[in-house]
Design a binder for this molecule. Structure first.
Ligand SMILES: [Fe+2]
Length: 232
Protein backbone atom coordinates (compact mmCIF):
# COMPACT_ATOMS: atom_id res chain seq x y z
CA UNK A 1 0.00 0.00 0.00
CA UNK A 2 1.68 3.21 -1.19
CA UNK A 3 0.34 6.37 0.40
CA UNK A 4 1.11 9.74 -1.20
CA UNK A 5 1.25 12.51 1.42
CA UNK A 6 1.14 16.11 0.20
CA UNK A 7 0.66 19.48 1.85
CA UNK A 8 0.87 23.23 1.25
CA UNK A 9 0.26 23.25 -2.49
CA UNK A 10 -0.52 26.97 -2.38
CA UNK A 11 -2.04 27.16 -5.86
CA UNK A 12 1.15 26.10 -7.64
CA UNK A 13 -0.24 23.81 -10.33
CA UNK A 14 3.07 23.32 -12.13
CA UNK A 15 4.64 21.97 -8.94
CA UNK A 16 1.67 19.71 -8.18
CA UNK A 17 1.48 18.16 -11.62
CA UNK A 18 5.20 17.30 -11.53
CA UNK A 19 4.49 14.69 -8.85
CA UNK A 20 4.03 11.55 -10.95
CA UNK A 21 4.10 8.80 -8.31
CA UNK A 22 2.10 5.62 -8.38
CA UNK A 23 0.01 5.43 -5.21
CA UNK A 24 -2.98 3.65 -3.75
CA UNK A 25 -4.21 6.50 -1.56
CA UNK A 26 -3.42 10.24 -1.55
CA UNK A 27 -3.73 12.32 1.63
CA UNK A 28 -3.70 16.13 1.70
CA UNK A 29 -2.73 18.12 4.80
CA UNK A 30 -4.03 21.60 4.02
CA UNK A 31 -3.19 24.93 2.37
CA UNK A 32 -4.43 24.45 -1.16
CA UNK A 33 -4.65 28.17 -1.86
CA UNK A 34 -3.06 31.63 -1.37
CA UNK A 35 0.21 32.89 -2.87
CA UNK A 36 0.15 30.91 -6.12
CA UNK A 37 -1.43 31.73 -9.50
CA UNK A 38 -3.53 28.61 -10.18
CA UNK A 39 -5.99 27.81 -7.36
CA UNK A 40 -8.69 26.20 -9.50
CA UNK A 41 -6.76 23.24 -11.04
CA UNK A 42 -5.19 22.57 -7.63
CA UNK A 43 -8.59 22.48 -5.92
CA UNK A 44 -9.92 20.20 -8.65
CA UNK A 45 -6.95 17.84 -8.33
CA UNK A 46 -7.33 17.45 -4.57
CA UNK A 47 -11.08 17.06 -4.91
CA UNK A 48 -10.64 14.28 -7.47
CA UNK A 49 -7.55 12.46 -6.19
CA UNK A 50 -7.28 12.76 -2.41
CA UNK A 51 -9.20 10.26 -0.31
CA UNK A 52 -8.81 12.30 2.87
CA UNK A 53 -7.81 15.87 3.60
CA UNK A 54 -7.73 18.55 6.29
CA UNK A 55 -8.15 22.32 6.14
CA UNK A 56 -5.18 24.66 6.39
CA UNK A 57 -5.12 28.20 7.76
CA UNK A 58 -4.99 29.60 4.21
CA UNK A 59 -7.93 27.47 3.07
CA UNK A 60 -9.84 28.76 6.08
CA UNK A 61 -8.90 32.38 5.39
CA UNK A 62 -9.94 32.21 1.73
CA UNK A 63 -13.14 30.29 2.51
CA UNK A 64 -14.14 32.89 5.12
CA UNK A 65 -12.89 35.82 3.00
CA UNK A 66 -10.60 37.13 5.74
CA UNK A 67 -8.75 40.15 4.37
CA UNK A 68 -5.93 41.96 6.18
CA UNK A 69 -2.71 43.89 5.64
CA UNK A 70 0.45 42.08 6.70
CA UNK A 71 3.54 44.12 7.44
CA UNK A 72 6.20 41.87 5.96
CA UNK A 73 7.21 38.43 4.71
CA UNK A 74 4.65 35.76 3.95
CA UNK A 75 1.92 37.53 5.91
CA UNK A 76 2.41 40.60 3.69
CA UNK A 77 2.23 38.34 0.60
CA UNK A 78 -0.95 36.68 1.86
CA UNK A 79 -2.58 40.07 2.37
CA UNK A 80 -1.88 41.25 -1.17
CA UNK A 81 -2.61 37.99 -3.06
CA UNK A 82 -5.74 36.75 -1.25
CA UNK A 83 -8.21 39.21 -2.85
CA UNK A 84 -7.29 37.91 -6.31
CA UNK A 85 -7.58 34.27 -5.16
CA UNK A 86 -11.03 34.97 -3.71
CA UNK A 87 -12.09 36.73 -6.91
CA UNK A 88 -11.06 33.81 -9.11
CA UNK A 89 -12.53 30.80 -7.33
CA UNK A 90 -16.15 29.71 -7.65
CA UNK A 91 -18.62 29.47 -4.79
CA UNK A 92 -18.41 25.66 -5.03
CA UNK A 93 -14.61 25.90 -4.55
CA UNK A 94 -15.09 28.16 -1.52
CA UNK A 95 -17.51 25.65 -0.02
CA UNK A 96 -15.06 22.81 -0.68
CA UNK A 97 -12.33 24.68 1.23
CA UNK A 98 -14.71 25.53 4.07
CA UNK A 99 -15.93 21.96 4.45
CA UNK A 100 -12.55 20.29 4.77
CA UNK A 101 -12.31 19.04 8.38
CA UNK A 102 -9.80 20.44 10.87
CA UNK A 103 -8.60 16.99 11.90
CA UNK A 104 -9.11 13.47 10.62
CA UNK A 105 -8.55 10.04 12.14
CA UNK A 106 -8.38 7.12 9.74
CA UNK A 107 -7.17 3.57 9.48
CA UNK A 108 -5.45 2.24 6.36
CA UNK A 109 -4.76 -1.48 6.61
CA UNK A 110 -3.14 -2.08 10.00
CA UNK A 111 -2.01 1.52 10.45
CA UNK A 112 -3.79 4.39 12.19
CA UNK A 113 -3.33 7.95 11.02
CA UNK A 114 -4.15 11.35 12.54
CA UNK A 115 -4.15 14.22 10.05
CA UNK A 116 -3.93 17.88 11.05
CA UNK A 117 -2.50 20.94 9.29
CA UNK A 118 -0.59 22.56 12.17
CA UNK A 119 -0.71 20.78 15.55
CA UNK A 120 -3.30 18.72 17.45
CA UNK A 121 -3.89 21.49 20.02
CA UNK A 122 -4.11 24.28 17.42
CA UNK A 123 -5.09 22.70 14.09
CA UNK A 124 -4.76 25.81 11.95
CA UNK A 125 -2.05 28.08 13.25
CA UNK A 126 0.53 26.76 15.72
CA UNK A 127 4.01 26.90 14.19
CA UNK A 128 6.60 24.60 15.71
CA UNK A 129 9.88 22.99 14.75
CA UNK A 130 10.81 19.31 14.43
CA UNK A 131 11.68 19.08 18.13
CA UNK A 132 11.12 15.61 19.65
CA UNK A 133 10.27 17.00 23.10
CA UNK A 134 7.67 19.41 21.71
CA UNK A 135 6.05 16.81 19.46
CA UNK A 136 6.05 14.19 22.24
CA UNK A 137 4.01 16.60 24.35
CA UNK A 138 1.75 17.64 21.45
CA UNK A 139 0.91 14.03 20.54
CA UNK A 140 0.81 12.36 23.96
CA UNK A 141 -2.97 11.88 23.77
CA UNK A 142 -3.07 10.78 20.13
CA UNK A 143 -3.71 7.06 19.62
CA UNK A 144 -2.20 6.48 16.18
CA UNK A 145 0.84 5.14 14.34
CA UNK A 146 1.38 8.29 12.30
CA UNK A 147 0.59 11.95 12.92
CA UNK A 148 0.70 13.73 9.55
CA UNK A 149 1.18 17.51 9.60
CA UNK A 150 2.07 20.40 7.29
CA UNK A 151 2.08 24.19 7.83
CA UNK A 152 5.79 24.85 8.38
CA UNK A 153 6.84 24.01 4.79
CA UNK A 154 9.84 22.18 6.24
CA UNK A 155 9.88 18.40 5.70
CA UNK A 156 10.74 16.04 8.54
CA UNK A 157 10.05 12.56 9.86
CA UNK A 158 10.28 12.26 13.62
CA UNK A 159 10.13 8.79 15.19
CA UNK A 160 8.93 9.19 18.77
CA UNK A 161 8.40 6.42 21.31
CA UNK A 162 4.68 6.04 20.67
CA UNK A 163 4.27 7.19 17.04
CA UNK A 164 5.88 8.89 14.04
CA UNK A 165 5.28 12.52 13.13
CA UNK A 166 5.65 13.22 9.42
CA UNK A 167 5.67 16.57 7.66
CA UNK A 168 6.01 16.15 3.87
CA UNK A 169 7.06 19.77 3.36
CA UNK A 170 5.42 22.04 0.80
CA UNK A 171 4.53 21.09 -2.77
CA UNK A 172 4.20 24.61 -4.07
CA UNK A 173 6.10 26.97 -1.79
CA UNK A 174 9.11 25.40 -0.03
CA UNK A 175 10.86 27.67 2.48
CA UNK A 176 13.99 25.63 3.15
CA UNK A 177 16.09 27.09 0.30
CA UNK A 178 15.33 24.06 -1.90
CA UNK A 179 12.89 25.22 -4.59
CA UNK A 180 11.81 21.71 -5.66
CA UNK A 181 8.34 20.36 -4.84
CA UNK A 182 8.38 18.40 -1.59
CA UNK A 183 6.18 15.42 -0.65
CA UNK A 184 6.32 12.02 1.05
CA UNK A 185 5.52 8.40 0.34
CA UNK A 186 4.55 5.96 3.09
CA UNK A 187 4.88 2.33 2.06
CA UNK A 188 4.10 0.02 4.96
CA UNK A 189 6.09 1.51 7.82
CA UNK A 190 8.72 2.98 5.50
CA UNK A 191 8.79 6.72 4.87
CA UNK A 192 10.42 8.47 1.93
CA UNK A 193 10.76 12.25 1.94
CA UNK A 194 11.07 13.24 -1.70
CA UNK A 195 11.84 16.33 -3.82
CA UNK A 196 11.18 16.80 -7.51
CA UNK A 197 12.10 19.55 -9.94
CA UNK A 198 9.25 21.16 -11.83
CA UNK A 199 8.86 23.72 -14.60
CA UNK A 200 9.32 26.77 -12.36
CA UNK A 201 9.64 29.12 -15.34
CA UNK A 202 6.14 28.06 -16.44
CA UNK A 203 4.93 28.72 -12.90
CA UNK A 204 6.52 32.18 -13.04
CA UNK A 205 4.78 32.83 -16.36
CA UNK A 206 1.48 31.93 -14.70
CA UNK A 207 2.34 34.35 -11.90
CA UNK A 208 3.01 37.12 -14.40
CA UNK A 209 -0.40 36.55 -15.99
CA UNK A 210 -2.26 37.19 -12.71
CA UNK A 211 -3.56 40.50 -11.41
CA UNK A 212 -1.31 40.22 -8.34
CA UNK A 213 0.51 43.46 -7.47
CA UNK A 214 4.01 43.66 -8.99
CA UNK A 215 5.67 43.37 -5.58
CA UNK A 216 3.89 40.03 -5.04
CA UNK A 217 5.04 38.76 -8.42
CA UNK A 218 8.63 39.78 -7.64
CA UNK A 219 8.64 38.14 -4.21
CA UNK A 220 6.99 34.92 -5.36
CA UNK A 221 9.25 34.64 -8.38
CA UNK A 222 12.20 34.68 -5.97
CA UNK A 223 10.64 31.96 -3.82
CA UNK A 224 9.95 29.80 -6.89
CA UNK A 225 13.55 30.14 -8.02
CA UNK A 226 15.35 29.88 -4.66
CA UNK A 227 13.06 28.32 -2.05
CA UNK A 228 13.06 31.36 0.21
CA UNK A 229 11.95 34.99 0.26
CA UNK A 230 14.31 37.72 -0.96
CA UNK A 231 16.28 39.32 1.89
CA UNK A 232 15.24 42.94 2.25
FE1 LIG B 1 1.21 26.78 4.06
Amino acid sequence: MRILVISDIHANWHALQAIQESYDIALFLGDLVDYGPDPIPCIDWVRNHCSHMVRGNHDHGVAQRCFFQGQQGYRFLTGITRPETCARIEESDRRFLAQMPLTKFLRIGDLRFFLVHATPRDPLDEFTTADPAIWSELTKDIFADFVLVGHTHNPFALKLNHLTVLNPGSVGLPRDSDWRASYAIIDGKNIELKRIEYDREAAIQSLQATKFPDIAKTMLQHVYRHGHLPIR
